[in-house]
Write a protein that binds this ligand. Structure first.
Ligand code: RIB
Ligand code: CA
Length: 318
């Protein structure tokens, strides 16, 4: 029995996202393998209107009955930052996407998150974009940090992608990320060190394309675009495809044995001229170091993880 076949084994998840090509994969994997209580959207890869539209389109493509609530259009401090150079202006460039046909369920993601934390036991919050909504929910009701099972996030790492040390989700709203990392909730972190091991290689993309149906073709087209944009921003040959970051924050809950992890103390730098948006991971072996607050994922069985992506796509193919 697995989480996909036995609902009682499925982690209960609220996915907070900024679709985003890899967010789209995370939505598919979460819909297949978790008790998905809701999807909330945040500005990130694209403006909030776009990330919200993209989440609704993905819901329609999957034909799932999950509420979508939009949230924050800007970070706690400073101006919104986007990632059109990776995801395109729409946030999901590269495929001929249908218009969304189902209405948004609400525009107060923060209240929806707080309510969900009180309505559902053993709820995992899974932010895979800037953590603005999660931080505002924690500020609105700090008790949720003790009520939830934990927070499994995509973000951070020992290096950055929007600055030397700033990974986009943290870099786009460092103040929010620091609120989340300091919340006291159990935390799992899928940072760039592990997500760069999970690449949308041509072989994997063609494996999706071989699955019947619109969803598979659409995702294959999206990943071709994502990989092209990703690889052109990196040294030639360094990557064999776009890093599929976000689904790992979901799979860490549904298939934990695919991962290696270390417990570390992590804080977020919000002041440094060169390091703002950095996850400061304490790797020292000094006994004086602070107690760990995060399980940092260090390795993933990428082939097994992609098997789960392909299985989830095939599951939603009529
Ligand atoms: O740095 C990668 C992260 O930023 C991913 O979540 C991607 O979707 C973007 O949000
Ligand atoms: Ca994302």
């Amino acid at each position: 029995m697995s989480a996909a076949t036995d609902p009682s084994l499925r982690p209960r998840v609220l996915l907070d996202c900024d679709p985003g090509h890899d967010d789209a994969i995370a939505i598919v994997v979460a819909a297949r393998n978790t008790d998905l209580v809701g999807i909330t959207t945040v500005a990130g890869n694209a403006p909030l209107t776009s990330t919200t539209h993209n989440a609704l389109v993905m819901r329609d493509l999957l034909g799932i009955d999950v509420e979508v609530h939009s949230g924050s259009s800007r970070p706690l401090v400073g101006e919104p930052k986007h990632a059109g150079h990776v995801h395109g202006e729409s946030g999901l460039d590269g495929a001929d996407l249908p218009e969304s046909t189902t209405p948004l369920d609400g525009t107060d993601a923060v209240q929806f998150i707080v309510d969900a934390c009180h309505q559902h036991d053993n709820l995992w919050l899974v932010p895979v974009g800037p953590q603005t909504n999660i931080a505002l929910a924690l500020q609105k009701d700090p008790t949720i940090a003790q009520r939830i099972a934990g927070i499994s996030l995509m973000g951070g790492g020992s290096f950055g992608n929007r600055s030397t040390m700033g990974e986009f989700n943290i870099w786009a709203d460092p103040e929010a990320a620091q609120i989340v990392f300091a919340s006291g909730a159990p935390m799992i972190m899928a940072g760039l060190d592990v997500t760069h091991q999970f690449q949308a290689t041509p072989t994997r993309i063609e494996r999706l394309r071989a699955i019947d149906g619109t969803l598979a073709t659409t995702l294959a087209d999206l990943l071709v675009f994502f990989s092209m944009m990703y690889q052109r921003n990196h040294d030639e040959g360094h990557l064999q495809g776009g890093a599929m970051h976000d689904p790992l924050a979901v799979l860490a809950l549904t298939h934990p044995t695919l991962f290696e992890r270390v417990n570390r103390h992590v804080v977020v730098e919000t002041q440094g001229e060169y390091t703002r948006g950095m996850t400061v991971i304490d790797e020292r072996r000094l006994i004086e170091r602070k107690a760990a607050n995060v399980a940092v994922l260090t390795h993933v069985d990428a082939d097994a993880a992609f098997d789960l992506v392909a299985e989830a796509v095939a599951h939603f193919t009529p």
